[in-house]
Ligand binder design. Structure first.
Ligand code: SF4
Ligand code: SF4
Length: 336
């Protein structure tokens, strides 16, 4: 780890706050440029306040409105309320970094309603509680034999349900969200919708991307057993790329995405969405393509919005530099 001059450490799980001591030791011993954590948000008050202030980014699992979140993440109490209360508490108690609402989106979500709800929640000072909203579709993680989602307690969609939901809700919801995003820009404000920001930033700068989560390129998972894999959820042998003796430079670019991504017409903007999905193809090529159709719709809608956004920049209503997000690989995979 110390061989990497640009060290950025992200704690993830399961739930990293279930085992607080090792996390605090790592924060004491390894000087990292950035610390971030992905948490279910229920135990945030366990983080000592002097460590809380060291985090650049906290990603909290919340799936949108109360009923959507509580359905997905069943416990006796309202997980939504616990997460919102704890998020307000950390903001009152020294966390000044980037607080991200990290949604797992499945077919009970109305994407427009969930995202716009999260954007509307306020902290105790009346400011927006979440600095950014990010989501990823809960798809392609398993086959019909592997029905439990790694993100929680619900069954992953299979693609017979997926098609109908995409057509009736998800794609129209993305269109509506892009419209809301641009309408708000007309008044000089850029809503912190992470997937939109990062892709629009590249569109405006005419820049190509690599896989945006960084897996296999410049972001690797150090597993409890000491092996290093190309992606945090990948325990399979094929994803192992090194161990604690590996030099970071040997790991860089060690696992690129393959076809069909490398010859896809939106590869330069998408980057390949998910290395794990690209390698495992759990839904088969046909299922993979169905998810890609949502990515292409999302990119097309942003391309459609780009001319008006460029005008707003040229008129001085908004600044191009305000699209530069994220500042580092903060755990947002960007492509939903
Ligand atoms: S849209 Fe699909 S095929 Fe194209 S680059 Fe993205 S993940 Fe790969
Ligand atoms: S998006 Fe990236 S980090 Fe997430 S599962 Fe896929 S490869 Fe791993």
């Amino acid at each position: 780890m110390l061989k990497d001059p640009e060290r950025s450490i992200a704690f993830y799980g399961g739930e990293p706050l279930l085992n607080l001591e090792p996390m605090l030791k790592i924060m004491d011993r390894i000087p990292a440029k950035y610390f971030s954590i992905q948490t279910n948000g229920t135990m945030l008050k366990k983080i000592p306040l002097d460590y809380l202030g060291k985090f650049h980014t906290i990603l909290i699992s919340i799936d949108g409105r109360k009923e959507t979140t509580d359905t997905n993440r069943r416990i006796d109490e309202s997980i939504y309320q616990i997460v919102v209360d704890n998020s307000r508490w950390i903001k009152e108690n020294g966390f000044i970094g980037d607080l991200i609402a990290r949604m797992a989106v499945t077919n009970n979500a109305d994407i427009y309603e969930e995202v716009s709800h999260l954007l509307s929640i306020k902290d105790n000072q009346g400011r927006e509680l979440f600095d950014h909203i990010h989501w990823q579709l809960d798809v392609l993680w398993g086959t019909d034999d592997i029905l439990w989602s790694p993100t929680g307690s619900i069954k992953e969609m299979n693609w017979s349900i997926f098609d109908d939901w995409v057509e009736k809700n998800y794609n129209p919801g993305i269109t509506k969200l892009v419209d809301l995003w641009v309408e708000t820009m007309e008044k000089g404000k850029i809503l912190g919708i992470a997937p939109f920001l990062a892709v629009m930033d590249d569109l405006l700068a005419e820049r190509k991307t690599k896989i945006r989560c960084g897996s296999g390129v410049d972001c690797f998972a150090i597993n409890p057993h000491g092996f290093i894999s190309s992606c945090p959820i990948a325990y399979e042998e094929e994803f192992k790329v090194g161990d604690l003796t590996s030099n970071p430079e040997e790991l860089r670019n060690s696992m690129p995405v393959d076809e069909p991504c490398s010859s896809c017409e939106v590869f330069d903007l998408c980057g390949g969405r998910c290395l794990h999905a690209n390698k495992t193809m759990y839904w088969g090529k046909e299922g993979f393509d169905r998810v890609c159709a949502t990515v292409k719709h999302f990119i097309n809608e942003l391309r459609g919005a780009q001319p008006r956004i460029q005008e707003l920049i040229d008129e001085g209503v908004i600044l191009q530099e305000d699209f530069a997000y994220p500042e580092f690989n903060n755990g947002c995979e960007i492509i939903p």
